[in-house]
Ligand binder design. Sequence first.
Ligand code: ARG
Length: 460
Amino acid sequence: MAKMWAGRTDGAVSKEADDFNSSIHFDSRMFRQDIRGSMAHATMLAACGILTDAERDTILDGLSDILSDLESGKLPIDPAAEDIHMFVEAELTARIGDIGKKLHTARSRNDQVALDIRLYLRDEIAELRSLVRDLIRVLCEQAEKNANAIMPGYTHLQRAQPITLAHHLLAYAMMLERDDERLADTAKRMNRSPLGACALAGTTYPIDRSMTARALGFDAPTENSLDSVSDRDFCVELLSAISLCMTHLSRFSEEIILWSSWEFRFLELDDAYTTGSSIMPQKKNSDMAELVRGKTGRVFGDLVAMLTVLKGLPLAYNKDMQEDKEAVFDAVDTLKKCLRVFIPMMETAKFRKDVMYAAAQKGFLNATDLADYLVRQGLPFRSAYKMVGSLVARCIAEGKTLETLTLDEYREVSPLFEADLYDEISLETCVAKRISAGGTGPDSVAAQIASVKRFLESGL
Ligand code: ARG
């Protein structure tokens, strides 16, 4: 196909170079945004006297026909086209003739692609945010259902202190709230229109950049034409927001995988979100969680790829920047796919409260509370800590727990122990007494649930 830019050269690019140069197979997904941007541009050109109203109408009709033919599949994307921008423009000219050639007045593909990708990502961010919020909602519902379910809380993956399952799940809700805020913040900062920056230096035509910015739902036009066409900060910001969200899903996945094992048995995933083994009949594997954990690696790769593409680029546009799209699209697609299985997987997950409770009974999770008991009897904390440490050592040696040591055995260590100690070290008391704000106590967990609900109600 003759190149639209043939002129200085004859445009006869070798087949290899042509394929290498083409981005149509990944940028054609922006056809709606490309056409929408062109419509706003043509409308503005007419308003500024650069096109006649009749020319504008011919262009708008042509573009809207192309849009519906692309939507319906009647018009296939030509895989030989250089990119989506060239494809739409060539199709327009094929349909309406020479007037189509006027569309690119006071515009360059450099500001065009910068515009299209912002429009595209703006829509994708809205979708990502609604999925993140769906997951927060599911976690909040599970937290409400499991407000009293006691489980071991861990540090170093060693049993540490008793907590509730609700408290544990809400920790993930908090991470996801921050993810949602980061996505919103990224969308807000990128909501400036680069259209009219043209190739790099602006244009000699009397265009109205505010008009196109407004028409396309941007807060304002960008301020420096060189920056407008070479800025992909918003891609980096989005990739890092997505990477961090994937990190959260990956940590959660790790726990889901551990909890689904026979070693823990805290969790039973619904069959719909597990797989079997081709050889071992007893297996029920948490493949979805493993894949989420695995895909986190590729998303980090996308972020590093984008940063690396940008780091040595002189101003303004360089073709290297065509590499932005595959990285950012891959990350967006991956997070969407992950969330779409994660949400129902968590919605249908069955938590084995009995197993969790039994696990919390082993491992001396109430040792801190026993030390606190002695502190209340007047002992300095560090001395109480030592005393309880020796009692734990004795229990381990004799195969006992702090609950099964007799009062006499306690009194051998200190006369400060009274019969009320047993109430003080019950798991229920240990949880109920964690009254500090943000702790695992019931009032704090109820406050967290209320706060998450307020967040969800606050809207997008
Ligand atoms: N396909 C190109 C991209 O994605 C469009 C911009 C091309 N501009 C240029 N001057 N070659 O970046």
